[in-house]
Design a protein around this ligand. Sequence first.
Ligand SMILES: NC(=O)c1ccc[n+]([C@@H]2O[C@H](COP(=O)([O-])OP(=O)(O)OC[C@H]3O[C@@H](n4cnc5c(N)ncnc54)[C@H](O)[C@@H]3O)[C@@H](O)[C@H]2O)c1
Ligand SMILES: [Zn+2]
Length: 347
Amino acid sequence: MTLAVRYTAARTLDTAPAPSTPPGPGEVELAPAFVGICGTDLHIFHGDMDARVTTPAVLGHEMSGRIVRVGDGVEGWAPGDAVTVMPLRWDDTCPACRAGHQHICQHLDFIGIDSPGAMQQRWTVPAATLIRLPESLPLDRAALVEPTAVAVHDVGRAQVAAGEKVVVVGGGPVGVLIALVARAAGADVRVVELSAHRRLLAEELGLTVWDPAAEDVAELVRQWTGDAGADVAFEVSGAAGGVDTAVDVLGVRGRLCLVAIHPRPREVNLHRFFWRELTLVGARLYDRSDFEKAVALVADGTIPAERLISKVVPLAQAPAAFEALEGGGDVMKILVDCTDEAQEAAV
Ligand SMILES: NC(=O)c1ccc[n+]([C@@H]2O[C@H](COP(=O)([O-])OP(=O)(O)OC[C@H]3O[C@@H](n4cnc5c(N)ncnc54)[C@H](O)[C@@H]3O)[C@@H](O)[C@H]2O)c1
Ligand SMILES: [Zn+2]
């Protein structure tokens, strides 16, 4: 019997046997190799998303793996192929889909939140969600493709141009990936992050990082931009203080790109929006072109994915890894190793 990591109630995860079922028509069965734990998984773990999640819920949507079996009618895919999954299922009929925005379908099934995710030894998904990985790309690094696709989408939504000055508020995995993608697009980037461990890691990647607890970030931005303010700010912290920072650093006609999931409404200094003619842009998920670009950025090393991986644990240790991340431990990205070999080694 194969194992799965399940969310059962606020702050409670377990590992339980999960049967492997033959893929239906148009589906494939995968053997997930590595699955990342994401800030959104932590929101679920906190109980912030209980209204949306049906328990017990198998978590996990940042993954890499190989095809085990293909269902009837699946063409172009074979057992053994290395893949990642764009974990979206849309209805193609709602107003959002008809307008061409399938990735934010009004009835979106986000696989790993709304339906069972990848933190298990076998996982069946629609073949339409598969994204091919180059054989040369190690599967642990490939688990960072999904959050990189988020970053590619966000940098696109904010229309970051070469030479622009960009502030990323929140230097967790998603914030650092946004900073790296924006830098690759030619932007001049600063990261604002509370955790000393995460600041150091971002600095090691060549990013300039500020501590909002110890430094006057708005004043540093004034000095850096010759009193103009930044062109773009990304809110990737999910915290009220992060929203304030992102609004305060923007110059005239600046764009605030909202990436984080805020579990409750926030106060926003709207006077600043009026005074400086600011724009607020929401950014959610990604589309297939973002994913394909993300595969290329991870494969060519523009995103040094291996540097962001702090720790790799077998399925049985995933609950403890959530606790570590929750405690703000000195970690960036934790991967769960879902391979059969890793579970045997852990017994
Ligand atoms: N838009 C999307 O489609 C999408 C996709 C993935 C994740 N997310 C969301 O993006 C956010 C970031 O994801 P993550 O995995 O990097 O999460 P994370 O929780 O690991 O990172 C958030 C970081 O913000 C820092 N922080 C907190 N308060 C701060 C403040 N006042 N100033 C500066 N930094 C501060 C924290 O120290 C932490 O490192 C989460 O809310 C997540 O749910 C959104
Ligand atoms: Zn739809």
